[in-house]
Design a protein around this ligand. Structure first.
Ligand code: UDP
Ligand code: MN
Length: 338
C-alpha cells in the first residue's frame, strides 16, 4: 500500500515536472516583457538615427544656401559641387598683450584653433616689437599664422587700478589685423574674419557655424553683459531684436565674440574699422554700422538658441610669495618661461 502511494506520488511529481518543462519550452520565442523593452529600444534607436540624418541634411542644405549666395555675389565658384569645394578660410584675429597668463591663454587658444580646418591665426601683439614668446608659440602651434604688432598709446591704456570696462581693449590690434587682411588677402573673397579675444572659450562647432558667412553672421555669447548669455532674438529666420540688459538702444548690442564678417565685405568697405574712441559698449557697433543692418544679419547656432562661445575671464595670479622670495634673492628662475 505504501509502495503504491510512493509510486503515485512519484508519478504525480513526474507529470508535474514534465508539465512545467513543456510550459517553459512553449514560452520560448514568444514575446515577453524583455522583448517589449528591446522593441522600444530599437524604435528609439531608429528615431535617433533619423534625427541624425535630418540634422546632417539640414547642415548640408545650409551649406548649399551659403554656397549659392556666394555664387550670386560673383564669388569664386569652382564648379558648384558642394562636397568637393575647398572650405573658405577663417581668419581669426586675436589681440594679445604681455602679462603673466599670456602664454597659458595663447596655448589654450592655439590648441582649440589647431583642431579647426582651413584656419589662419592672425595674432596681433599690443607691443612696440614682436616678442620671441609669441613667435615661438606660433611656430610650435602647427597653425597657419601671421604675427603682427601695434602698440596701444599709453593715454589709451587701462591702468592697473582702472576698472576693466573703462577703456576698450585690443582696438588698434584688431584694426591692424583688418588692415593686413585688406592688404594681403583681399582676393580671398570667400574668407571669413572672426575677432577672437585670447581669454574666451570657443567650441569647435562655432567655427563651422561661421564658415559660410556671406555678410555678417551672429550668435549668442555666454557669460557676458551681466547675463547668462547675450544674443540676437530671431523671428522667422531674421534678427528681430537683441537679448541684452544694458543700453539695448545700441545699434548692435552684441559682444566681440558674437559675430563674424566676410572678408569681401571688409574689403569692399575700406573705411570700416573699430573706433578707438567708441563709448563703453559701442566698440562692436562702431565697426558693424558701416557694414550691415540688423535685418541683414545672418543668424547661426540654431537661430541663435545655442551658446557656442563663452566670455570667460582669467583671474590675475597672485604673486605674494614670489615677491617674498625675490626679496630674499630666491625668486623663481627667470630663465624659465611661464
Ligand atoms: N588686450 C590688448 N591690450 C590690452 C588689454 C587687452 O591687446 O592692453 C587684448 C586681450 O589680450 C584680449 C582683448 O584685448 O584678447 C580683450 O581684452 P580683455 O580680455 O582684457 O577684455 P574683456 O574681456 O575684459 O572685455
Ligand atoms: Mn576677455
Amino acid at each position: 500500500m505504501a509502495r503504491l502511494r510512493l509510486k503515485s506520488l512519484f508519478l504525480l511529481y513526474f507529470v508535474a515536472s514534465c508539465g512545467g518543462l513543456l510550459y517553459a519550452l512553449s514560452q520560448l520565442g514568444q514575446s515577453c516583457d524583455c522583448r517589449t523593452h528591446l522593441v522600444a529600444a530599437e524604435q528609439r534607436e531608429s528615431e535617433l538615427l533619423s534625427e541624425l540624418r535630418r540634422v546632417r541634411r539640414a547642415a548640408r542644405a545650409r551649406d548649399r544656401v551659403g554656397a549659392g549666395r556666394r555664387d550670386d555675389d560673383g564669388g569664386d565658384d569652382d564648379g558648384g559641387d558642394d562636397d568637393g569645394r575647398p572650405l573658405p578660410t577663417i581668419y581669426v584675429v586675436t589681440p594679445t598683450y604681455a602679462r603673466l597668463v599670456q602664454k597659458a591663454e595663447l596655448t589654450r587658444l592655439a590648441h582649440t584653433l589647431v583642431l579647426v580646418p582651413a584656419l589662419h591665426w592672425v595674432l596681433v601683439e599690443d607691443a612696440e616689437e614682436p616678442s620671441a614668446l609669441v613667435r615661438r608659440l606660433l611656430e610650435g602651434s602647427g597653425l597657419e599664422h601671421t604675427q603682427l604688432h601695434a602698440a596701444t598709446p599709453s593715454r589709451m591704456k587701462l591702468a592697473d587700478s582702472d576698472p576693466r570696462w573703462l577703456k576698450p581693449r585690443g582696438v588698434l590690434q584688431r584694426n591692424r589685423g583688418i588692415a593686413w587682411l585688406r592688404e594681403h588677402r583681399a582676393a580671398d573673397t570667400g574668407a571669413v574674419v572672426y575677432f577672437a579675444d585670447d581669454d574666451n572659450t570657443y567650441s569647435l562647432e562655432l567655427f563651422e557655424e561661421m564658415r559660410w558667412t556671406r555678410g555678417v553672421s551672429v550668435w549668442p555669447v555666454g557669460l557676458v553683459g551681466g547675463l547668462r548669455f547675450e544674443g540676437p532674438v530671431v523671428v522667422e529666420g531674421r534678427v528681430a531684436s537683441f537679448h541684452t540688459a544694458w543700453r539695448p538702444e545700441r545699434p548692435f548690442p552684441i559682444d566681440m565674440a558674437g559675430f563674424a564678417v566676410s572678408l569681401s565685405l571688409l574689403v569692399s568697405h575700406p573705411q570700416a574699422a573699430f573706433d578707438p574712441d567708441a563709448a563703453r559698449g559701442d566698440l562692436e557697433s562702431s565697426l558693424l554700422v558701416s557694414l550691415t543692418s540688423a535685418e541683414q544679419l545672418e543668424p547661426r547656432a540654431r537661430n541663435c538658441t545655442e551658446v557656442l562661445v563663452w566670455h570667460t575671464r582669467t583671474e590675475r595670479p597672485k604673486m605674494k610669495q614670489e615677491e617674498v622670495l625675490v626679496k630674499q634673492g630666491k625668486g623663481s628662475n627667470p630663465a624659465v618661461e611661464v
